[in-house]
Write a protein that binds this ligand. Sequence first.
Ligand SMILES: [Zn+2]
Length: 228
Amino acid sequence: MLLLVGAYPSITTAQGRVAIAKKTLPIPPMLIDLVGNALASMDGVIFDDLDACPSCGGQVIGHDMRAKRFAVILDNEKERTIRVFVKRFYCQDCGALCYADAPFYPDTRLAAPVVDLCLLLAQQMPYNQVAQHLRAMGIVVDRGTIRNYASRDFGTIRATDLFGFLLPLSLLNLATFTLDRERRPIVGAEALAACGFPPAGRAPLHGRAAPEERDQRNEQEEKEERES
Ligand SMILES: [Zn+2]
């Protein structure tokens, strides 16, 4: 079944559409551009904020900066890894090595908005088709990784319908945010908020959310309500 919804039915191209016998989701070129630009614009963004040790709430000191894979995208048919930098800290109380706040779920090698997209698609079709749909959107994730994500519980993925395509709010908000930042460097903390982190179900330990963080969160929620 091919559903063309919204104002862009005529520009769905062969590149954007994955022809699959059982189920075909149209992927509007505009969506491909939106998502591709959002992921590409994250290349080199630095995440270096951590208020306290996530395990014990102790004071942390900076240790080093680690490159982390955010996404793998198709750039002129070639795979290109988008990396961000995440600062590591040592807890002075319990000695734990911990990462700055960054839009990643625990034990995943791709950013949360990409994981969210994998999960949403995996609810709608088999894993190999998920991989094909992602590739048609310019995102590379192998079938095994998709299966792995689908077997885990990441909580509820908030999503919205865009041009007939179900898109995670984390990815849509990141795209909206990066569009606004075309001429300015992207600040990690702002990108983090755009991705919806920290997730509602994962409140900061010891009630340490600063008032300013709460404000960002509220704005984010209002924005999501407007868009959904
Ligand atoms: Zn600690």
